[in-house]
Design a protein around this ligand. Structure first.
Ligand SMILES: [Zn+2]
Length: 369
């Protein structure tokens, strides 16, 4: 197999990524014109409608026998995967010097994509759908329309592999390092015992390939998400049903709060994963999966060292750890500071350590809302 050349890929990306999609909040109105613009290489169909009646599209391409289903933004506020999918669509439209890579993927695989599964949550910038249902905990009950659309697609298409695209919070670092987990992968468990089934072995082997490729770009910034079994989670259930489900969590990269750098690596992971599936002789090389460090939870957006804060009618000096949060105000996404930790934070990591000795606590609070 030809390898996916990193320099050619970097050059391709700079020119061809989908620049119409930017930032954290990606809505149906943002992707609709791009879907309409896709050439007739793609099959586009409305799969159904969200609880608030917004269309949910399925995009299909490829003529091969290995079926792969991907979906993005089942959590409405986790848009990085959606941006990466449109980068991937641009790749299928015009792959430039990487044409042989594209041809092998589309010759060997049949691809279906559900882009923006939770458009109502995207508007509110929440994980949940319009009825406050977390679609990723609704795989058994299937109370949400969107969960049924996904499940029906799974059952009709019967994919061998799935890509389940999520975002994770900045707080996750790669265990044993001071680095944020820019990407994390998971081969979900099928049971409480986390049995290494044949299906999970195949899922892990794809993750091993993606991790090897991505380490060239973001060394030691890739983590492994906990494989604790969640009986109602989508990935766990799909994997149990025999559809090997690769979960990708897009996380933080230094300074990249709009997740535009992470989005690129998310696309690289997808492209490499598809290419590996299209060309692999087998899916048995799973052991290096366990060498990927676990996610840890030691990263903060800001640490104020030695800040004087009020406590019981007096003042104490301590460290304050900030996590940025997001909310919608006047239909705009606002990023704001929220206190995540107080106390001795010398064990925690950040790219933004601020000496708090001369700062006024109440001035910080002002920027809090
Ligand atoms: Zn998620």
């Amino acid at each position: 197999m030809n390898s996916l050349d990193t320099h050619i890929l970097e050059n391709w990306y700079q020119i061809n990524y989908e620049s119409q999609l930017q930032g954290r909040r990606i809505l149906f109105d943002d992707i609709e014109p791009l879907i309409k613009k896709l050439s007739n290489k793609f099959k586009k169909e409305i799969l159904g409608y969200s609880e608030n009646n917004i269309p949910i599209y399925k995009i299909s391409i490829g003529t091969g026998s290995i079926k792969i289903l991907s979906w993005s933004q089942m959590h409405g506020n986790e848009s990085t995967g959606t941006k990466a999918l449109f980068d991937l669509f641009n790749f299928f439209e015009n792959s430039g010097d990487l044409e042989s890579i594209k041809d092998q993927i589309l010759k060997q695989c049949m691809l279906q994509f559900i882009v923006l599964l939770n458009p109502d949550g995207a508007i509110k910038f929440t994980r949940e759908n319009a009825n406050n249902i977390d679609l990723n905990r609704d795989a058994v009950d299937r109370k949400a329309i969107e969960s049924n659309l996904l499940r029906n697609t799974l059952e009709i298409f019967n994919p061998k592999f799935c890509f389940n695209l999520h975002d994770q919070r900045t707080i996750f670092n790669v265990a044993g390092t001071k680095n944020p987990a820019t990407l994390s992968f998971l081969a979900p468990s099928e049971d409480l015992e986390r049995t290494i089934t044949n299906g999970r072995i195949e899922t892990m082997s794809v993750i091993v390939a993606m991790n090897n490729f991505l380490q060239q770009f973001i060394p030691n910034q890739i983590g492994r998400y906990t494989d604790e079994f969640y009986p109602t989670a989508t990935g766990d259930n799909f994997q149990k049903l025999g559809h090997n489900t690769i979960l990708i969590e897009a996380g933080h990269f230094k300074g990249d709060y709009s997740r535009e750098i992470t989005r690129k690596y998310n696309f690289y992971a997808l492209l490499n994963g598809l290419y590996f599936i299209a060309t692999a002789n087998d899916f048995k090389n799973f052991k290096p999966y366990f060498k990927i460090p676990n996610n840890d939870k030691m990263f903060l957006d800001i640490i104020y060292k030695n800040l004087k804060i009020p406590k019981n009618n007096s003042q104490i000096t301590t460290d304050v750890g900030i996590q940025y949060k997001f909310k919608i105000e006047n239909d705009e996404l606002i990023m704001y500071k929220s206190i995540e930790k107080e106390g001795d934070l010398s064990e925690y990591f950040t790219f933004n350590m601020i000496n708090g000795e001369k700062l006024n606590y109440y001035d910080l609070k002002l920027s809090n809302s």
